[in-house]
Write a protein that binds this ligand. Structure first.
Ligand code: OOG
Ligand code: MG
Length: 260
């Protein structure tokens, strides 16, 4: 069993590392008892710290929902974290490297509901009836662990490597039949580096929302109307270096930015 002191200590180190843009080694290597339950407690401390510092919780993120992402980091379980207001970046603006330490970019489908949901969905139709927005997004990950070397409890404690995200504007709510096969091309500096389809996440990105709502309700939390859900990276996430120009090309909309 992890002691409360060790759990608080891990939260403290993660917060400090984020603030000071320092990298850490995995806590699972230091604390043999550091398990998923303890990791959720660490994430909860960070959640409360964010609120106490004046941040708004503007949504949640699911992670490791595609095989490509799981293979990339060697963790074979989906995870969830929270999104703070200051992590929302405006599409069309440069992304400032001063905010990040070792960023990676991920093409994702974002979902917003028009109703607050505090219990698991029982049918897909119920979820579909609550959809306000389904559209393209980019997540910018920034793990606090050197070279993204972590195990499942480490990455959960680190709020699932949350860094920042950019929402697109195309709303696919009336094209749900097409969403699973929406294709994505990622280009870095004009070179095509990966492709994928939205179905890579659980077969259907909406299933990621089902999973998130179920997890939140287990923890006595809820997904509020208007909060953003990032459903998980569709492809492996390439690293970024200053000067890179990134294009995430979805049907009908490209999310592009310069990492400056
Ligand atoms: C963990 C976060 C994964 C996703 O979309 O799969 C994630 C990581 O890869 O560092 O956000
Ligand atoms: Mg992600």
């Amino acid at each position: 069993m992890m002691t409360t002191e060790s759990i608080k200590q891990i939260a403290k180190e993660l917060s400090a590392a984020k603030k000071e843009r320092r990298l850490l080694g995995a806590f699972t290597a230091l604390y043999p008892d550091f398990d998923l339950a303890a990791a959720h407690q660490v994430q909860q401390i960070l959640f409360e710290e964010a609120l106490a510092s004046g941040e708004r919780i503007i949504g949640y993120k699911m992670g490791l929902t595609s095989r490509a992402k799981q293979m990339d980091v060697g963790v074979f379980s989906s995870i969830s974290g929270f999104l703070v207001g200051s992590s929302a970046l405006v599409k069309g603006t440069p992304v400032d490297s001063k905010r990040f330490r070792q960023p990676r970019v991920e093409p994702e489908v974002a979902v917003v509901l028009n109703r607050t949901i505090d219990r698991p969905f029982t049918t897909m139709a119920e979820l579909v009836s609550c959809l306000a927005f389904v559209g393209p997004a980019a997540e910018l990950l920034d793990s606090r662990y050197e070279n993204y070397q972590f195990k499942l409890p480490d990455v959960v404690a680190d709020n699932t490597s949350a860094g920042a995200f950019i929402l697109g504007t195309s709303n696919w709510v009336n094209r749900l039949d097409e969403v699973r096969l929406m294709g994505i091309k990622i280009k870095k500096n004009g070179v095509l580096i990966d492709t994928g389809a939205a179905a890579a996440t659980f077969g259907d990105p909406l299933l990621s929302v089902v999973e998130l709502v179920s997890e939140l309700s287990k923890r006595g939390n809820k997904l509020e109307a208007g909060q953003v859900v990032l459903t998980g990276g569709v492809t492996a996430a390439p690293l970024l270096s200053p000067g890179d120009f990134v294009e995430l090309i979805w049907p009908g909309e490209t999310i592009s930015f310069t990492y400056v």
